[in-house]
Design a protein around this ligand. Structure first.
Ligand SMILES: [Zn+2]
Length: 138
């Protein structure tokens, strides 16, 4: 799989550099974004790790991989442990989670694949019998 590539200004020569971003879940269970920037013109290369993704980077990942939805069974979506796991994984308030599940109980969350994989991992840890799945959005 090729990684999503953004075109960014090169900090060294002012030309155009390529930036590849990829997401991964680290040892602590947190989502980290790794960005490698490389300028073909001058050879400038840098790596950066961050736990947030810029809007442009997120859009580039989505353009490459598409958007995904978290799917829950009716029983799982009614489980307070599942709701609590979603709340903590996405850093939401209680009211926000209640509103999300009220609007779309079986498909409360959409996002990037790696973001939803993280939510699924948190749900499975909180409620081992839950069966959350991630599916691509059309
Ligand atoms: Zn350069």
């Amino acid at each position: 799989m090729t990684e999503p590539t953004l075109r960014v200004p090169c900090p060294d020569c002012g030309g155009t550099a390529d930036r590849d971003v990829s997401g991964q879940v680290d040892w602590s269970g947190a989502l980290r974004w790794c960005a490698e920037t490389h300028c073909a013109a001058c050879g400038f290369t840098t790596y950066a790790m961050d736990d947030v993704l810029s809007a442009a980077e997120r859009a580039a990942v989505a353009a490459q991989e598409g958007w995904f939805a978290l799917l829950l069974t009716p029983a799982d979506s009614a489980d307070p442990r599942v709701r609590s796991a979603v709340r903590h994984a996405l850093d939401l308030t209680f009211a926000q989670v209640v509103a999300m599940f009220r609007e779309c109980p079986r498909r409360p969350v959409t996002g990037l694949r790696v973001e939803l994989d993280l939510v699924v991992a948190r749900i499975r840890r909180a409620a081992p019998r839950a069966t959350p799945t991630v599916e691509p959005l059309p």
